[in-house]
Design a protein around this ligand. Structure first.
Ligand SMILES: NC(=O)c1ccc[n+]([C@@H]2O[C@H](COP(=O)([O-])OP(=O)(O)OC[C@H]3O[C@@H](n4cnc5c(N)ncnc54)[C@H](OP(=O)(O)O)[C@@H]3O)[C@@H](O)[C@H]2O)c1
Length: 392
């Protein structure tokens, strides 16, 4: 994103775009909190990170869960829930599953520990290694991102992750629960459902289209899979690679300008990270009817301006939302990889981009999306707790 100070590219995102600082690598990992009544906790003490030790983070149930289906109990019978990826969603999901009484193993590229949880360092493109780490799995969760936000990295790494995880889940007889995004759908004003046509105009979207097709083919050969699509991540747990990153939230709470691509008044489909966590947990625990199909995880439809405004209001601030000029996106695209990549999905920000979570809500009435105000308060409480106004 562009920063408000003289339109500088934000260093962390710039590094990520160049593949230097892949998501989750070397970054201070944000604390995971849910949106429940005990959830308003500050981010971790940065001193603890500097010392190289991960501070203790208690596993916090995100909300009351009523999705513990009959055969969900069967998924707990001593077998492990293996979560691939410990980034924005994977880490919170692992903590959520552990809080629900599951045996949990995180499988990640780095050896970075996660307090209280088993971590296996593995390259998820390595089929044999993935089979080994999932040998005793009841459920395998795919919450990984490739090493860079580029079409080339997605085309190379996603299919490799997918083949290995399919092989691992099938060998173990486990359910494969996949986290995905809304890129497959393409432009259009109508609200997207799980049955909307796949009209992705660009290569990263096409990677996701191919992944769903691959899952369906594997399902015909016996793979037990389910896939949860999320909107753009916001809220507690969101990392610096996201549009409303902790840095941007801090700017909003100071009343500074927030620069965004596209039309800030166009409704957009967001997903609160804790809702993605709760949603994937529900898909992992649910009865077999969730398998073999796509679900939209809880969606919050709101304009970027209203979202930033709500975050500012929770801190008593009135940030200005400003549009990144088209010339910057077009002109700098050839030389700034991130901006070049963002152009693929700009249609999602230039006009209303809606998605319906009606099917998920009907199936899982206990996992409802966060309200805007509650999400805004939880976001500020996580990132800038000192400026959070008392609840009215
Ligand atoms: N960003 C959004 O707004 C958004 C919205 C909807 C859906 N999604 C999708 O959600 C999924 C997860 O995204 P995220 O942002 O939560 O992820 P993330 O924060 O970027 O974390 C990526 C994780 O993948 C792991 N990883 C990468 N390469 C690996 C490998 N070769 N072997 C094993 N682990 C590997 C990393 O391990 P280390 O931590 O050890 O490096 C890291 O934990 C992605 O499919 C993404 O497209 C994102």
């Amino acid at each position: 994103m562009l920063d408000g100070n003289g339109l500088q590219i934000k260093p962390a995102l710039h590094r990520m775009a160049k593949g230097v600082d892949a998501p989750g690598v070397g970054a201070v990992e944000p604390a995971r909190v849910g949106l429940g009544p005990h959830a308003l906790r500050p981010e971790r003490d940065p001193r603890a990170c500097r010392s190289g030790h991960q501070p203790e983070v208690a596993a916090t149930p995100l909300r009351s869960n009523d999705h513990d289906d009959a055969d969900g109990r069967g998924q707990r019978a001593g077998r492990v829930h293996v979560v691939f990826g410990a980034g924005q969603v994977g880490r919170g999901l692992a903590e959520h599953l552990a809080a629900r009484g599951h045996r949990v193993r995180i499988a990640r590229r780095s050896a970075t520990p996660v307090a209280g949880l088993e971590v296996a360092q593995v390259d998820a493109r390595d089929v044999a290694a993935v089979r080994e780490v999932t040998r005793d799995a009841a459920v395998v969760y795919h919450c990984m991102n490739p090493s860079a936000y580029t079409a080339a990295a997605w085309q190379a790494e996603f299919p490799a992750f997918g083949e290995a995880l399919i092989a691992g889940a099938q060998s173990a007889g486990a359910r494969l629960v996949c986290l995905d995004n809304l890129y497959p759908y393409g432009p259009g004003a109508a609200s997207r459902t799980e049955d909307s046509p796949h009209a992705a105009p660009g290569p990263k979207g096409q990677v996701r289209v191919a992944w769903e097709r691959r899952l369906r083919a594997a399902g015909a050969s016996g793979l037990r899979w389910t896939l949860g699509r999320a909107g753009d991540f916001v809220g507690p747990g969101t990392g610096e690679q996201s549009l409303l990153s902790p840095s941007v939230v801090r700017r909003a709470t100071r009343g500074a300008s927030v620069w965004l691509p596209g039309d800030p008044d166009a409704v957009h489909a967001f997903t609160a990270v804790p809702d993605a966590v709760a949603g994937l947990g529900a898909l992992g625990d649910a009865a077999g009817d969730v398998e073999g199909r796509v679900w939209h995880l809880p969606i919050l439809e709101v304009t970027p301006r209203a979202l930033v405004g709500a975050i500012g209001a929770a801190a008593g601030a009135a940030p200005r939302v400003r549009r990144i000029p088209g010339w910057a996106l077009r002109g700098l695209g050839p030389v700034v990889p991130l901006l070049r990549e963002l152009r693929e999905t700009l249609y999602q920000w230039e006009a209303p981009f809606r998605a319906s979570d009606a099917a998920f809500r009907a199936r899982f009435p206990g996992v409802a999306p966060a309200s805007l105000d509650r999400l805004a308060r939880a976001t500020v409480a996580t990132v800038a707790p000192a400026v959070l106004l008392p609840a009215t």
